[in-house]
Write a protein that binds this ligand. Structure first.
Ligand SMILES: NC(=O)C1=CN([C@@H]2O[C@H](COP(=O)(O)OP(=O)(O)OC[C@H]3O[C@@H](n4cnc5c(N)ncnc54)[C@H](OP(=O)(O)O)[C@@H]3O)[C@@H](O)[C@H]2O)C=CC1
Ligand SMILES: CCCCCC(=O)/C=C/[C@H]1[C@H](O)CC(=O)[C@@H]1CCCCCCC(=O)O
Length: 263
């Protein structure tokens, strides 16, 4: 018998999420049927999308959505033997009975010195988002100048690193000096703290006097009025997210790049 603990949404978030919006519940799991497995969570992910998606895709009392890296502890599916690792969208819970068809295997040749948590990060959804945004949306090319914000985050840090691998000049910003130091460690060409620079406009101009070919927008805090005049002719903008707005209780006024983002 396996008892699962699950974090549920006690009530929809109003503004910034609070601990009291969640409730931990226990549940006794049934035995797996043919084609099913029981998984045990190893790593859970907490991602920005959960804030807006909870509003539209969850009802109060539901288990929090999310992906996890998990270990198979009981199996009735030949492709997922006991002991193998998988990624699974089974939310914030310790254990779950899943259909094998809903699981993605973590490759068995995963390097021993690389944490499997990366299957939720650089090698998972955030890394793929970075790759797709740069290659498919921005169609980035060698020699171009790329601007990325939330650059120390799961998506932004991969955006900048792919940009460097592609031979681009990477201008990055983040919200603390410690993060800016990390961006420099990653080898990004320019990094600044957008909260403390005297003028965002000047910081962007100083880093790239000839302007930007690509802008990977994660936050929604640099106003279009500042960034648009600094885009080069035929420049491309990937509006990946607008995290600074997810906790807003009233929509922000003015022109924004993110207005067509929907969940
Ligand atoms: N379109 C898609 O398919 C996907 C879009 N996304 C989007 O990409 C963006 C980044 O995601 P991800 O890298 O996973 O995020 P992380 O949680 O790794 O990083 C988020 C960072 O955003 C910055 N930030 C700025 N304003 C706020 C705010 N008001 N509240 C919280 N954080 C803020 C902070 O960095 P700092 O201190 O530097 O300001 C924070 O650390 C999000 O907008 C997300 O929704 C993510 C995955 C897929
Ligand atoms: C205005 C909201 C913008 C949110 C942008 C964002 O962070 C999107 C992330 C999704 C991306 O499109 C690809 C994904 O896998 C992200 C999460 C989608 C999860 C849906 C979860 C539903 C569930 O588990 O039931």
């Amino acid at each position: 018998m396996v008892i699962s603990s699950a974090w549920t949404l006690r009530q929809h978030f109003q503004g910034f999420p609070k601990a009291s919006d969640f409730q931990l519940k226990k549940e006794t799991l049934p035995e797996p049927k043919d084609g099913e497995v029981v998984v045990e969570a190893v790593f859970l992910s907490v991602d920005p999308y959960m804030r807006p998606y909870s509003q539209t895709k969850m009802k109060e009392g539901d288990v929090m959505i999310g992906e996890q890296v998990a270990k198979v502890i009981k199996s009735c599916h030949p492709s997922f033997p006991v002991g193998c690792y998988v990624t699974s969208k089974c939310g914030w819970r310790t254990h779950y009975v899943c259909r094998g068809a809903d699981l993605t295997p973590v490759p068995p040749n995963w390097p021993k010195d690389v944490s499997i948590s990366l299957a939720l990060g650089a090698i998972g959804m955030p890394g793929l988002t970075a790759l797709l945004g740069l290659e498919e949306v921005c169609e980035i090319k060698k020699g171009e100048t790329l601007l990325v914000n939330a650059a120390a985050g799961a998506v932004g840090s991969i955006v900048g690193q792919i940009g460097k691998l592609k031979g681009c000049t990477v201008v990055s910003c983040a919200g603390t000096d410690a993060k800016v130091a990390y961006l420099k460690e990653l080898g990004f060409d320019h990094a600044f703290n957008y909260k403390t620079v005297p003028s965002l406009e000047d910081a962007l101009k100083k880093a790239a006097p000839n302007g930007y070919d690509c802008y990977f927008e994660n936050v929604g805090v640099i106003s279009p009025g500042v960034v648009m005049p600094q885009m080069r002719e035929f420049g491309r903008i990937a509006v990946c997210g607008s995290i600074s707005m997810y906790n807003d209780t009233t929509p922000q006024k003015g022109i924004a790049l993110h207005h067509s983002l929907q969940v």
